[in-house]
Ligand binder design. Structure first.
Ligand SMILES: Cc1cc2nc3c(=O)[nH]c(=O)nc-3n(C[C@H](O)[C@H](O)[C@H](O)COP(=O)(O)OP(=O)(O)OC[C@H]3O[C@@H](n4cnc5c(N)ncnc54)[C@H](O)[C@@H]3O)c2cc1C
Length: 459
């Protein structure tokens, strides 16, 4: 049913110019894998629409023909989110990449889904504005909306869901709807915008969005704080946040990962448990006062060193190294694949979670790097191993399971930012219990034939 017949290929191809439709093997192979170990089924065709009308036409046709459709952004997901589990059609949205309007006085931008985050920030930067959610990758806005992506600055600025005001969505049957409004606030009915944010392309295709922007801070300072152990470093996190110093980034890094960064980028950093921090302020005086308070609080928690990166070059280098952590781990273990834990817990439980995760990795005797967006209670454990070696890979799966179970027990979640995709589906019942059934009913209401990005979120 998911393989298109020659007649269907012909019909579908007539909906688009020939240079935006492909059944070529290499194009199809380029769309079966994100950065995870989950590999999809080869789709029959790839389409590159350029307008809401084209998307609607393709969706209507696919619905009438019972063909699954999987949306694709930059393909940088970590859980198989854009992988075509059942084949069918992959809809690549990267050619819908226009920034339609920037309204500086309203702090808003209207964009198409294929706009890349960095390009958006280049253009809004001219107006002194930026779109803060920042996954390390140069993701598309559509992919970020679908995964509710966040990143190192979420501790101060929030996640993608906090920046989406209005959406245009093509539903599985081809119907076009508009959600939200341009007012800074609204209490009008169910929040359909937020329903589509984080739905991972399982409810429809986002073809347009109005995003909220915010002012670029005038003064910033990065700092590295070193601690004798991971536990005291993670204890300082809740203290810094409770004291209201308002860090713009607060990242936990273990010695093992800093060692890899040093080796690769020659950073010369001390290989000790560390917090990479950033502070933003409206004046240099305010910045110095904030950094001084942060230093005192960290020292109270046992910090042995607080080093400020005052040079812009140093600051950028530090954050580039942090953003590339996953690639650095991959390059250090070239024959291996990775499994990424993305649990998040209440901030007070973060130290327990960090210690527990490190112990679990050590006891299992696997390769694992425990780090994360500490300010959001978000913990990544990147586990490396060989998927072709079942006993090795099952150990990684067991570690993943044990850590997620602990996070859920502490009131947390199996995924703080990467989404469920294929990899985290097995934890949805554990985390959501009875409300998972309501999610299923919503999915069935909007996508009764189960054609939109099948095999994701639900088992
Ligand atoms: C090195 C690295 C670091 C990362 N760090 C972070 C991080 O710190 N925080 C974080 O949140 N993520 C992180 N990620 C994961 C990833 O970058 C984000 O999840 C990102 O939002 C994915 O965007 P994308 O454009 O690549 O989307 P894709 O991976 O192509 O797709 C993501 C999902 O969106 C759906 N989709 C895509 N476009 C649309 C659309 N127009 N309408 C409906 N559905 C659509 C897809 O079907 C899929 O389910 C990282 C990835 C890498 C490689």
């Amino acid at each position: 049913m998911n393989e298109l017949t020659p007649r269907q290929i012909e019909e579908l191809s007539s909906l688009l110019p020939s240079d935006r439709f492909s059944t070529g093997q290499s194009n199809r192979e380029l769309h079966i894998r994100d950065i995870s170990c989950h590999i999809g089924k080869l789709p029959s065709a790839i389409v590159w629409p350029v307008s809401t009308e084209e998307v609607a036409g393709i969706m209507k046709w696919a619905y009438q023909n019972d063909i699954p459709v999987t949306p694709w952004g930059a393909g940088t997901s970590t859980e198989g989110n854009p992988v075509p589990s059942l084949g069918g059609i992959v809809m690549d949205l990267t050619l819908m990449n226009r920034i339609l309007e920037i309204r500086p006085l309203d702090l808003q931008a209207d964009v198409e889904p294929g706009v890349l985050r960095k390009e958006l920030n280049r253009q809004t930067g001219v107006h002194g504005l930026f779109f803060p959610p920042d996954p390390g990758a140069d993701a598309t806005i559509g992919g970020m909306i679908a995964n509710n992506a966040s990143g190192v600055q979420t501790v101060k600025y929030g996640a993608t869901k906090d920046y989406v005001m209005r959406l245009t969505v093509v539903l599985p049957n081809g119907q076009v709807i508009h959600t939200g409004c341009l007012a800074p606030k609204s209490s009008s009915g169910y929040d359909l915008t937020r329903l589509f944010v984080g739905s991972e392309g399982t409810l429809g295709i986002v073809t347009g969005a109005t995003l909220r922007l915010t002012g670029i801070p005038s003064h910033h300072l990065a700092a590295i704080v070193r601690f004798p152990d991971l536990e005291s470093a993670s204890r300082a996190v809740a203290v810094l946040i409770a004291a209201g110093v308002g860090p713009a980034a607060l990242e936990l890094l273990p010695p093992g990962l800093i060692r890899l960064m040093n080796r690769e980028k020659d950073l010369g950093l001390s290989e000790l448990p560390s917090l990479f921090c950033e502070f933003h302020a409206i004046s240099s005086n305010a910045l110095v006062e904030t950094a001084d308070l942060a230093r005192e609080l960290c020292e109270d928690c046992g910090a042995t060193e607080f080093v400020s990166a005052t040079e812009e070059r140093e600051r950028k280098e530090l954050w580039r190294a942090r953003h590339e952590a996953w690639e650095t781990i991959h390059r250090a273990h070239p024959q291996m694949d990775t499994l990424i834990v993305d649990a998040a817990v209440p901030i007070s439980k973060y130290p327990d979670m960090v210690v527990f995760s490190q112990q679990t990795v050590d006891q299992a005797g696997v390769i694992g790097y425990v780090f994360g967006h500490a300010g959001d209670g978000n913990l990544h454990v990147v586990l490396a191993g060989d998927p072709a070696n079942p006993s090795e890979w099952s150990k990684l799966e067991a570690v993943n399971h044990t850590i997620v179970e602990k996070a859920v027990k502490l009131g947390g979640t199996c995924t703080g930012e990467h989404g469920v995709g294929i990899g985290k589906r097995k934890f949805m019942q554990l985390e959501h219990g009875d409300s998972l059934e309501l999610m299923r009913q919503i999915k069935n209401l909007i996508d009764p034939k189960g054609l939109m990005n099948p095999g994701k979120i639900f088992m």
